[in-house]
Ligand binder design. Structure first.
Ligand code: CA
Length: 229
């Protein structure tokens, strides 16, 4: 359930806002003083703030500014004067929306819902988005460690995946087998660098149409390999 904090010194207005928001399924808390409200806003987690502008103690401008220093939570400013809204905009305090008194409670609810939905989408997309690389038909999902070649998923071993990803992340750069061995096998280059050749061959079998004429991982004779973009 989304939690809304209303900071409003006019008790009747605060109660009306609370009633309508609760009817729409929100959990609502009210603070009537600017100072106490500001403290609560900063210390507790809410999904949305509704701030009256003129308050005893810290005013809406100050509360908005201080919340924005530490949180991206949506803020709706409420003002008795239209002029104040121009002032809020001019100050660039980072409020998401403004509404003037008197307003219809259903208008307020509609705006709260819209801002919460937008904010949740924003948070959701930043949390869910996987780290991917896409190059000419090859898609590497680094988060899920999965690879698709022309929409078809291919299975890679851990080292094959690491090697392909490393080359794709550093396109058009030539790496020697020694460099690749050090990078992927994570030890000094005393090991068998032929391992790199074997892995490149396996990767090519999965991503190239014709392994004799590789389109992705090129062999630079006498030097090493590069991922061509
Ligand atoms: Ca007021």
């Amino acid at each position: 359930m989304s939690k809304v904090l209303i900071i409003e010194d006019e008790v009747a207005i605060a109660d009306l806002e609370k009633d309508y928001l609760e009817l729409s399924g929100f959990e609502v808390e009210i603070e009537n003083s600017g100072d106490v409200g500001l403290e609560k806003a900063l210390q507790e987690e809410f999904d949305m703030y509704i701030l009256d502008l003129m308050l005893p103690g810290a005013d809406g401008f100050e509360i908005c500014r201080q919340i924005r220093e530490v949180k991206n939570t949506p803020i709706l400013m409420v003002s008795a004067k239209k002029d104040d809204i121009d002032k809020i905009r001019g100050l660039g305090l980072g409020a998401d929306d403004y509404i003037t008194k008197p307003f219809s409670p259903s208008e307020l609810v509609a705006r709260v819902k819209a801002h919460l939905a937008r904010y949740e989408r924003l948070i959701g997309s930043s949390q869910q988005e996987n780290d991917t690389i896409e190059i000419r038909g090859i898609k590497i999902d680094k988060t899920a460690r999965r690879v698709w070649v022309n929409e078809e998923e291919k299975q890679f071993t851990t080292k094959e995946f690491d090697l392909l990803t490393f080359l794709a992340e550093n396109p058009n750069r030539v790496f020697t087998k020694e460099e690749l061995f050090r990078e992927i096998w994570d030890m000094e280059s005393i090991g068998d660098i032929a391992t790199v050749t074997v892995h490149i061959k396996k990767i090519r079998e999965k991503i190239e149409i014709n392994t004799a004429k590789p389109q992705y991982i090129e062999t630079i004779w006498g030097v090493g390999y590069r991922f061509k973009v």
